[in-house]
Design a protein around this ligand. Structure first.
Ligand code: MEV
Length: 423
């Protein structure tokens, strides 16, 4: 009988695990074994991870891989990636190498402004509200002084506050729209603290604050990345045919939302992997990227392709609110290591590296899709997962891997081969 419990967070870790095993599993000792086998033997390191969230009972491993040979603005990089999908790191590495001999990735930060709002309701005269805002604007800024002091020393802070009338979309709805520069930090806590201080100072009997929160839609915290070369330099049997098909694939993703979502998912395979490896917030990045993809009113591709005067050019523009200080970046030993692998980048540099990883992933997917098809490479990588699922021994693994070296991998074909071998 599954149960509701109160005061769960107060239980010790072992008590939590036992409660879970007793109430939700038949085989309790096996459940406890699975959960505890992922504990780190270093108690201090485990405690660090336990403290990241509430009710931690174990750790969940996702592979940490590295993709070497990225050339970004002339500088070589090894990019750390945290991802569970078989082919992602392999694809990034392959494409990085490919473009390393064609001048690499060119990237540029277009803007770093972040944004947040005090959302409030006001039903009285609008001119009075405007006067109240103008008269108090300096004081609103002043109300954040203790929070912004350190950020200002680093060259960041509040850029501006504007009063926005939204009553045409919702009766009595107004905003204080605040823009921020948060330098090397992602800035979520800083922004939210500033907004709450501003809201407190702004509130009065006819102004009802609904909420104060940053926006994860950051179209002005934007980065671009591109690769280009002469069509002939794309290589392969028929580089012109390849360029043309690739171009069409991107055009389809620009106009067809069904395809655009999958196209952009491929980009996020690369982006999220770097965002995770560096201890950044991938949910924020995901939300912002997809909102940006919809900015025209229709969901579209985040990347674009041009073919002009015999030059193939493939580019991406994506909002990325990332930090290289604060949050988990210094706290999680692997996130810290990732930033060291990346030569301790500024947030701006990390934005550029991440955009390049996203573009590389997208190039890999489109190259596969428009030539051999995606399953060829994908299933080759996935073969090891299928073999592990069937707990093959080393000898079986070697034999079956060799067998599928030049054959198409499918789940059914692998299972058939395992069964035949075991007969
Ligand atoms: C799979 O994770 C990603 C792709 O579907 C991306 C794409 O279709 O462009 C291969």
């Amino acid at each position: 009988m599954r149960k509701i419990i109160s005061g769960f967070s107060k239980l010790s870790k072992n008590e939590k695990i036992n409660w879970l095993a007793e109430n939700y599993f038949q085989n309790q000792s096996e459940t406890v074994k699975i959960i505890t086998q992922y504990w780190n033997t270093d108690a201090a390191l485990q405690q660090l991870h336990d403290d990241f969230i509430e009710n931690t009972i174990s750790n969940f491993y996702i592979p940490y891989g590295i993709a070497p040979n990225f050339i970004i603005n002339g500088e070589p990089y090894v990019i750390p990636m945290v991802v569970e999908e078989s082919s992602v790191v392999a694809a990034a590495s392959l494409v990085a190498k490919f473009w390393s001999t064609r001048d690499g990735f060119k990237t540029k930060v277009i803007g770093t402004t972040k944004i947040g709002h005090v959302h409030f309701m006001y039903a009285n005269d609008v001119t009075e509200l405007e006067d109240y805002f103008i008269k108090n604007k300096a004081e609103l800024l002043q109300s954040t002084a203790s929070i912004t002091k350190n950020m200002e020393k680093r060259g960041g802070g509040i850029l501006d506050i504007q009063l926005v009338d939204k009553t045409d979309t919702l009766p009595n709805y107004f905003q204080l729209e605040v823009t921020f520069e948060t330098k090397d930090s992602m800035g979520a806590n800083f922004i939210n603290s500033c907004l709450e201080a501003i809201a407190k100072r702004f509130e009065k009997e006819d102004i009802e604050i609904v909420m104060s929160i940053l926006s994860n839609y950051v179209p002005e915290c934007l980065v671009s990345a591109e690769v280009s070369c002469k069509i002939e330099e794309l290589g392969g049997e028929d580089p012109h045919k390849f360029a043309e098909k690739f171009y069409q694939a991107v055009k389809i993703a620009e106009i067809e939302p069904y395809r655009a979502v999958t196209h952009n998912k491929g980009i996020m395979n690369g982006i999220d992997a770097v965002v995770l490896a560096t201890g950044n917030d991938f949910r924020a990045v995901e939300a912002g990227a997809h909102a940006y993809a919809s900015r025209s009113g229709q969901y579209r591709s985040l990347s674009h392709c041009e073919i002009n005067d015999g030059i193939f050019r493939f580019l991406i523009e994506i909002p990325l609110a990332l930090g290289t200080v604060g949050g988990l970046t210094a706290l999680h030993p692997m996130a810290k290591l990732s930033l060291e692998i990346l030569q301790k980048p500024s947030a701006k540099t990390l934005m550029q590296i991440t955009a390049a990883a996203g573009l590389a992933q997208n190039f890999a997917a489109l190259r596969a899709l428009t030539t051999k098809g995606i399953q060829h490479g994908h299933m080759k990588m996935h073969l090891q997962n299928i073999l592990n699922q069937f707990e093959v021994n080393d000898e079986e693994k070697q034999f079956i891997s060799a067998y599928f070296e030049k054959r198409t991998v499918s789940h059914a074909a692998v299972v058939e081969k395992i069964n035949a071998l075991r007969k």
